[in-house]
Design a protein around this ligand. Structure first.
Ligand code: FRU
Length: 496
């Protein structure tokens, strides 16, 4: 048995033991999470041999970040998931400090993972060197590290060791790879090219900070949508600017045209992709030509995570379909497959919410909720939805749309445990007579999609289990609600 397999088997045994002690109060019903302990970024998203595979950064030994492994789940329909054993463990000299983020490709039928091997150069873990590596599998479950590893050892310029998160795609006969890096205090994305995934030729700096876009760029992803090339990435260190860039790190995109000869992306301005609190290190993949699906890590570095005391931390967002609108705004929509999770349904039509609040007859902590407000005759200043409300009014999470400046505010100051605060963002695009709020509420998360993905806000919240009420409200006038649909959602795990 290889050292890698032995380490995986041992880690799996420790995971099963740790699971016994976990407190499942805030465990999510229909979001991907590790079985126990810490997880962060989605990795290696791919559809391979008729199944979807999602890997993720995983620390099997603690609810805090530590030596990174790759956890693994798979699915036939993108919503019902089955756990697979740990795919990667740090077993070699070039990844002894962790198997960091990366991607997956189908190389002539072989499921191939490309990841970053991290090596700490000092005990304080302040200095590091990063290598790009490959692991392959014929059965989609067991992975072997490639004898040619590391397949890329030296950076194209001095980046203080920081060069990671390979995202690989094929174009014609060539493989391309982007890596996140830095030079001095400017984040960059570099482009490489290869014929065989084992020998890489440096092409160019694909995009870089102009001095205001952060000191390090993580998790780059390049894809083609609606005739444009999009670079999705996660910059560290952008200064807050009004309502923008309020999270510790951001995830966003630029839209442009990639010249594959020069390796340069000519692009427009950087835009945050999700305007909530907890969204980072997102990655995409395509299952059919033109169908681009995204998962993000539904947390943020350095934020309080109350479930660490329960023996676990971290989750992924629901899968989201990407669309590029004509004004080059990237929209995120829940994938249609999520409808498979719907069970009990409730529909109400033509309700007038008098100034004040209206409590829905349906309650819950794992719900999909679609509310269509009519703006036509509204004379007031604001309206919205409160979710996870306590009966005695002590807890609520508020989404309030302000008509004057067309902004949506997500307020989690009274959400329960965990980090508080508000996030605010403008709802742009063509505003018709109806505004749609589409919520996915789970035991410790809320994702809101406004007007078919023009504005998306995601956040973790930790209310009491009994806070399950939903209320609609209007301020300064009555509002008509055209319709409300609510569904209870099922669990996504096939076993457990
Ligand atoms: C992003 C990130 C990646 C890195 C991984 C380590 O959240 O910092 O750049 O590969 O997490 O877990």
């Amino acid at each position: 048995m290889s050292k890698h397999t032995k380490l995986i088997n041992e880690a799996e045994r420790r995971v099963q033991q740790a699971k016994e002690k976990m407190d499942s109060t805030y465990r999510l019903a229909y979001h991907i999470m590790a079985l126990v302990n810490w997880m962060n970024d989605p990795n290696g998203l791919i559809q391979w041999n008729g199944e979807y595979h999602v890997f993720y950064q995983f620390h099997p030994d603690s609810p805090k970040w530590g030596p990174m492994h790759w956890g693994h789940v798979k699915s036939k329909d993108l919503v019902h998931w089955e756990r697979a054993p740990i795919a990667l463990a740090p077993s070699e000299w070039y990844d002894e400090g962790g198997c960091f983020s990366g991607s997956a490709v189908n190389d002539n039928g072989v499921l191939t993972l490309i990841y970053t091997g991290n090596v700490w150069l000092n005990e304080e873990q302040t200095e590091l060197k990063q290598y790009q590596c490959i692991a392959t599998s014929k059965d989609g479950i067991h992975f072997e590290k490639d004898p040619k590893n590391p397949v890329l050892s030296e950076p194209p310029f001095d980046c203080q060791g920081h060069i990671r998160d390979p995202k690989v795609w094929k174009r014609g006969d060539d493989w391309y790879m982007v890596l996140g890096t830095r030079e001095g205090n400017n984040g960059k994305v570099v482009l490489y090219k290869s014929k065989d995934l084992r020998h890489w030729e440096y092409v160019n700096i694909l995009a870089e900070s102009d001095g205001r876009l952060g000191y390090m760029w993580e998790c780059p992803d390049v894809f083609h949508l609606n005739g444009k090339d999009i670079l999705l990435f996660s910059p560290q260190g952008i200064e807050p600017e009004g309502d923008r860039f309020q999270n510790l790190h951001q995830t966003g995109y630029v839209v442009g045209t990639l010249d594959y000869e020069t390796g340069k992306l000519a692009h427009g301005a950087f835009e945050e992709l999700d305007k909530g609190f907890d969204f980072y290190a997102a990655q995409t993949f395509e299952d059919e030509p033109g169908r681009r699906i995204l998962f993000g890590w539904m947390d943020m570095w350095e934020s309080q995570m109350p479930t660490q005391q329960h023996g676990w931390a971290g989750a992924l967002t629901i899968p989201r379909l990407l669309e590029l609108a004509d004004d080059e705004k990237l929209l995120m929509k829940p994938v249609p497959e999520l409808q498979l999770l719907r069970e009990e349904h409730m529909r109400l039509e033509s309700i007038s919410v008098n100034e004040g609040t209206y409590a829905l007859p349906m309650k819950g902590d794992r719900l999909e909720l679609l509310v269509r407000f009519s703006l036509a005759d509204f004379q007031g200043n604001a309206f919205g939805v409160k979710v996870r409300c306590a009966e005695d009014g002590s807890e609520e999470t508020v989404f309030c749309y302000d008509v004057k400046d067309c902004t949506m505010t997500f307020d989690r100051n009274r959400s329960g445990q965990g980090e508080e605060g508000t996030r605010r963002a403008v709802l742009d695009g063509q505003l018709g007579d109806v505004i749609t709020f589409h919520f996915f509420i789970d035991r410790s998360s809320v994702e809101l999609f406004v007007n078919d993905g023009r504005l998306v806000m995601t956040g973790r919240i930790y209310p009491s289990e009994t806070s399950q009420g939903i209320e609609l409200f209007a301020e300064g006038g009555d509002i008509t609600v055209c319709s409300i649909d609510a569904w209870k959602l099922k669990d996504i795990w096939l076993e457990e």
